[in-house]
Design a binder for this molecule. Structure first.
Ligand code: NBY
Length: 829
C-alpha cells in the first residue's frame, strides 16, 4: 500500500531534495551539522567513531537527492530491470568507494584538514561489512557496482547478517574463529525500514478444496512466521550521478515479547520466540564450496527470497501492472543455488495468491529467472532432503514435485521411456530423497551460465550434459570480472595516476582502453615510473603489516602471494611444498643461499570452521613460516608471512604490492577465480594452471607474460582414468621426497611427527587434487620465475603488458555480457 503524501502547505515541502554545496565550506558545514545534530557531540569532545559517522552521513547527504530521484525514476519508467538474488555480498569498506563515486574525495579531504581531522584515522574506523565468504560474495559486490555505474535498472537483494564472515585469529598457529560483530558501533550506511516489513511464513500444512466447478485450489496453512525488515544501502555509480539500491533483509520476531510470560517471571521463555526468529539473519554460514544441509540455512534462503519477491511485486511494480507482462519487466538472477527456492515461491505467489493458471505461471517463471553456477565440485551442488523441505515449506515441496512431474513428462516425450536418463535428470534424487537445487534452477531458468569459458564448457559437458542436450541454447558463458573502481582506482592510486597520465581519465569506465599502455611498455621512462609505483605499494603494504601484525616486509624481495579461501582444490599445499623445497635446498647445503632470488611468500586464507584438513593446512603454513623465519641460514632469502583475517580491506593493500600471483588450482576445479584478475590488473604476473579464467588471462597477456604449469583438464581426467597413485610421484622425485619427508619428520612441529601426519598421508595415499602430480612442473616453472625476476626491466615490461591486456576483466564487461546474453535490460538514460 502506497502512503498518501501529506498535503503540503509549505512550498519547500514540494521542492525536490537538493545536495549540499560541493565546496569545502559546504562540506565542513554539513559535516559539523551531522556531528552536532546526528551524533549529538561537539567537535572538541567527539570520538573518532563520531567523526567517522558524521563524515559518512555527510557523504550520504550528497548522494541522497540522486538516490531518491533514481528510486522514483525506476518506478516511473517501469523499464525492465534486474533483481540480483544473492545470499552474500562481500562489500568491503564503503567510505572511500562512496566518496570516489560522488567525486567528493578531494573536498572531503580538505574539509577534514580544515577541521583539524586526520581523514585516514576516520577511514580506519570503518568495519567492513563481511557479508560473504569469498569469490561468490565479492562478485555480487562488483556486479552491483557495475550495474549502478552502467545505469542498469536493478536492485540487489540479500541478507543483513548480524555477524558476517568470522574474524580469523591464530593461536599457536591454529585458526580460531571470533564472531564478526560488525554492527557494534552501528553502520552509517544503512537505512532500516521496519514499517515496510514483510511477513514470511514457514511450516504448517496444505489443504485442498474443490469448488462447484470442480476446480481444485490448494491453500497453505503455515505454522509460524517472522518479519523481514528491509535495510537499504546506497549503491552509487561511478561519476554518473546514479544511485541504485541494495536491500538486505533482517529477521525480527513479530510479537517480540509475550508480556504475560514475562510478567510471570520467565524471562527466558518470553524471549525464546524472539531469539528463534532473529536467529534467521544472525550469522553468515562460513562454509564455502560445500553446502551445509542445515534447516536454519534453508530458512535463511527462503526468508530472503520470499521477502524479495514480495517486495518486488508489491512495491516496485506500478499499481495496474499486468503480471502477464512480467518477463518484459524483470529478470531474477540466481547467484548460485542458494536463492533457488525463489522458483517455487514465485509459482506459489502467482498461482495461489494471484490466481494465475499453472501453465501461464510456469511460462512466466521460465522467462523471469536465470541461474549462475559457480562450481564444478560435485559435493558443492546443493540438495535439500525432501522431509526437511516438506516440513519447513510444505506447499513449495508440492510445487517442486509438480514442476518435476511435468518436466519428466517432457523428457519422456522427447526420449521415450529411457529410465536411466529420467532418473539422472529428475529434480528429485532418491536415497535419501532430496531436491537437486541446481537441476531445479536449470529447468526453471531462461539461461544457465558458468563463470569462465572453461567452466561453462565443463558445466555443459560434465555436470549437466543431459540438460544441455534437452535445452539447446539454454547454456551460456559469462566470464567473471572485477570492478576497476575499487580494485585499481582506489586500491592502487599510484598506478591509477600513472594510467591517467598516460591515457587520460576514461579508463575507469572503459577498461579496454588499458590497451593503450602496450606502447608505454616499450618506454624505458614509463617502466621506471611503473616500477616505482610497485615499490611504493610494497612500502604501503609493509606499513600496514607492521601496524596490523607486527610483520617486517623486505621491499626488495619478490613478493609471491596466494590469497583465497583455504581449500584442498586450490592447493595451498603445492605452494607450501615449493617453500619447503626451497628451504630444504638451502639448509641442506645443496643450494647456495646467495643463488636464490630473495622472496617473501604471503598467504591469506580462511578455512571453513568445520573443515579439519583445511585447518591443518593453515597450521602447517604457520608452522613452516615460523621455522623458516627464525632460521638464520635462510635469512634475507626466504620469508613466509601469513597475516590472519584476510578480507577485502587487506586485499586492497596486498594485491597492488604483489609481483607474483599464485593461481594453482587443479585444472578443472576452479570455476573462474576473480583474485587472478585483480592481480593481473595490478601488474602481478601469474603462475597458474590452465584452469578457470587463468585460461583467458593467459590468452590475453600472452604466453611470454604468464607462467603456465601443470596438467590440463583432459590430462587430469586421463590420469584419474588410468589410476592415480600419488606415492609413485613421491618415489620418482627426490626433491618432492625431501620436502614431504621434512614435514613428516616433525621439523615444523618440534619433532612431533603426529601433528602433520594426516596432511602427509593424505598427500601420499589420497591426494584428490593431485598436488604431487603437478609438483615437478610447478617447481620447474618457479625456477623460471626466479630467472625472470632477475631481469627487473623485462619483468616490469611484462607487468605493464599484464595491465594493458586485461581490461577485458572489468565487471562492466561481465554485466554487458549478462545484458546481451541473458537479461536484455538496456541501460536507462
Ligand atoms: O565463485 C567461487 C568460485 O570458487 C570461484 O572460482 C569463482 O570465481 C567465484 C565467483 O564466480 N565460489 C564461491 O565463492 N563459493 C562460495 O563462496 C560458496 C558459498 C557458500 C556455499 C557454496 C559456495 N554454500 O554451499 O553454502
Amino acid at each position: 500500500q502506497e502512503s498518501t503524501p501529506a498535503a503540503a502547505s509549505h512550498p519547500l515541502a514540494l521542492a525536490p531534495v537538493a545536495a549540499p554545496p560541493a565546496s569545502v565550506d559546504g562540506f565542513v558545514r554539513e559535516f559539523l551539522r551531522n556531528l552536532n545534530f546526528e551524533r549529538g557531540v561537539a567537535l572538541s569532545s567527539s570520538a573518532p567513531n563520531d567523526r567517522y559517522m558524521a563524515l559518512a552521513y555527510t557523504v550520504r547527504d550528497y548522494l541522497m537527492a540522486r538516490w531518491l530521484e533514481d528510486q522514483a525514476r525506476q518506478r516511473e519508467l517501469q523499464a525492465k530491470g534486474v533483481c540480483y538474488l544473492s545470499a552474500e555480498y562481500l562489500l568491503g569498506r564503503q567510505l572511500d568507494n562512496n566518496l570516489l563515486a560522488a567525486r567528493l574525495t578531494e573536498v572531503a579531504t580538505e574539509a577534514m584538514v580544515a577541521c583539524g581531522i586526520d581523514i585516514d584515522e576516520l577511514r580506519q574506523q570503518e568495519v567492513e561489512p563481511g557479508l560473504g565468504n569469498g569469490g561468490l560474495g565479492r562478485l555480487a559486490a562488483c556486479f552491483i557496482d557495475s550495474l549502478a555505474t552502467m545505469s542498469v535498472p536493478s536492485i540487489g537483494y540479500g541478507i543483513r547478517y548480524e555477524y558476517g564472515i568470522f574474524r580469523q585469529t591464530f593461536v599457536d598457529g591454529q585458526q580460531v574463529e571470533q564472531p564478526d560483530a560488525w554492527l557494534t558501533l552501528g553502520s552509517p550506511w544503512e537505512f532500516p525500514h521496519p514499517e515496510a516489513a514483510q511477513k514470511i511464513f514457514f511450516g504448517g500444512h496444505t489443504e485442498k478444496t474443490t469448488d462447484e466447478q470442480g476446480v481444485e485450489t490448494t491453500t497453505w496453512v503455515p505454522g509460524w512466521h517472522v518479519l523481514a525488515v528491509p535495510y537499504n544501502y546506497m549503491v552509487p555509480g561511478y561519476h554518473n550521478g546514479r544511485v541504485n539500491t541494495l536491500r538486505l533483509w533482517r529477521a525480527v520476531a513479530s510479537n517480540a515479547f509475550d508480556l504475560r510470560i514475562f510478567n510471570s517471571g520467565d524471562y527466558e521463555e518470553a524471549v525464546r520466540a524472539q531469539t528463534f526468529a532473529e536467529n534467521i539473519s544472525k550469522v553468515l554460514y562460513p562454509e564455502d564450496s560445500t553446502p551445509q544441509g542445515k534447516e536454519l540455512r534453508l530458512q535463511q534462503q527462503y526468508f530472503f527470497v520470499a521477502a524479495s519477491i514480495a517486495d518486488f511485486l508489491d512495491h516496485q511494480l506500478s499499481a495496474d501492472f499486468d503480471l502477464e507482462n512480467l518477463p518484459e519487466r524483470v529478470i531474477f538472477q540466481l547467484n548460485d543455488t542458494h536463492p533457488v527456492i525463489a522458483v517455487p515461491e514465485f509459482m506459489r505467489v502467482l498461482v495461489d495468491e494471484r490466481g494465475m493458471e499453472w501453465d501461464a505461471a510456469w511460462a512466466i517463471t521460465q522467462k523471469c529467472f536465470a541461474y549462475t553456477c559457480h562450481t564444478l565440485l560435485p559435493e558443492a551442488l546443493e540438495v535439500w532432503p525432501v522431509d526437511l523441505l516438506g516440513r519447513l515449506l510444505p506447499r513449495h515441496l508440492e510445487i517442486i514435485y509438480r514442476i518435476n512431474e511435468e518436466f519428466l513428462l517432457e523428457v519422456r516425450e522427447r526420449f521415450g521411456d529411457d529410465e536411466l536418463r529420467i532418473r539422472n535428470m529428475s529434480i528429485i534424487s532418491e536415497n535419501p530423497r532430496s531436491v537437486r537445487m541446481a537441476y531445479l534452477a536449470t529447468v526453471a531458468g531462461a539461461k544457465v551460465n558458468g563463470v569462465a569459458e572453461l567452466h561453462s564448457q565443463l558445466l555443459r559437458e560434465k555436470v549437466l550434459p543431459d540438460f544441455d542436450e534437452f535445452y539447446p541454447g539454454k547454456f551460456t558463458n559469462v566470464t567473471n570480472g572485477v570492478t576497476p573502481r575499487r580494485f585499481v582506482r582506489l586500491a592502487n592510486p599510484g598506478l591509477a595516476g600513472l594510467i591517467t597520465e598516460a591515457l587520460g581519465a576514461g579508463w575507469t569506465v572503459d577498461l579496454e582502453r588499458l590497451r593503450g599502455l602496450e606502447a608505454f611498455a616499450e618506454d624505458p621512462e614509463f617502466r621506471v615510473k611503473f616500477a616505482e609505483v610497485k615499490r611504493a605499494n610494497k612500502r604501503i603494504l609493509s606499513d600496514v603489516l607492521r601496524e596490523r601484525d607486527g610483520f617486517v616486509l623486505n621491499e626488495d624481495h619478490l613478493l609471491d602471494v596466494m590469497v583465497k579461501r583455504l581449500h584442498e582444490y586450490k592447493r595451498q599445499m603445492l605452494k607450501l611444498l615449493h617453500i619447503v623445497t626451497e628451504y630444504e635446498g638451502i639448509v641442506s647445503g645443496r643450494v647456495e643461499a646467495s643463488s636464490v632470488q630473495p622472496r617473501t611468500f604471503i598467504f591469506g586464507a580462511k578455512a571453513a570452521p568445520g573443515y579439519a584438513m583445511a585447518k591443518r593446512i593453515i597450521h602447517l603454513i604457520n608452522a613452516v613460516g615460523s621455522v623458516v623465519n627464525d632460521d638464520p641460514r635462510v635469512e634475507g632469502r626466504l620469508k613466509v608471512l601469513f597475516p590472519p583475517n584476510y578480507n577485502v580491506t587487506l586485499a586492497e593493500r596486498v594485491i597492488p604490492a604483489a609481483d607474483l600471483s599464485e593461481q594453482i588450482s587443479l585444472a578443472g576445479k576452479e570455476a573462474s577465480g576473480t583474485g587472478n584478475m585483480k592481480f593481473a590488473l595490478n601488474g602481478a604476473l601469474t603462475i597458474g594452471t590452465d584452469d578457470g579464467a587463468n585460461v583467458e588471462i593467459r590468452e590475453l597477456v600472452g604466453d611470454d607474460n604468464f607462467f603456465l604449469f601443470g596438467m590440463t583438464e583432459p590430462e587430469v581426467e586421463a590420469l584419474w582414468a588410468k589410476g592415480y597413485k600419488p606415492a609413485e610421484f613421491y618415489q620418482a622425485d627426490s626433491g618432492l621426497r625431501r620436502a614431504i619427508d621434512l614435514i613428516a619428520s616433525g621439523a615444523f612441529s618440534d619433532g612431533d611427527r603426529s601433528v602433520f601426519e594426516p596432511v602427509v598421508s593424505n598427500l601420499l595415499y589420497d591426494d584428490r587434487f593431485m598436488v604431487l602430480a603437478d609438483y615437478s612442473s610447478y617447481i620447474a616453472e618457479q625456477a623460471k620465475v626466479d630467472a625472470a625476476y632477475g631481469d627487473q626491466d623485462a619483468w616490469t615490461r611484462a607487468s605493464i603488458l599484464n595491465v594493458a591486456r586485461t581490461g577485458f576483466f572489468s565487471s562492466d564487461r561481465s554485466i554487458r555480457d549478462y545484458i546481451d546474453r541473458i537479461w536484455h535490460t538496456p541501460p536507462i538514460l
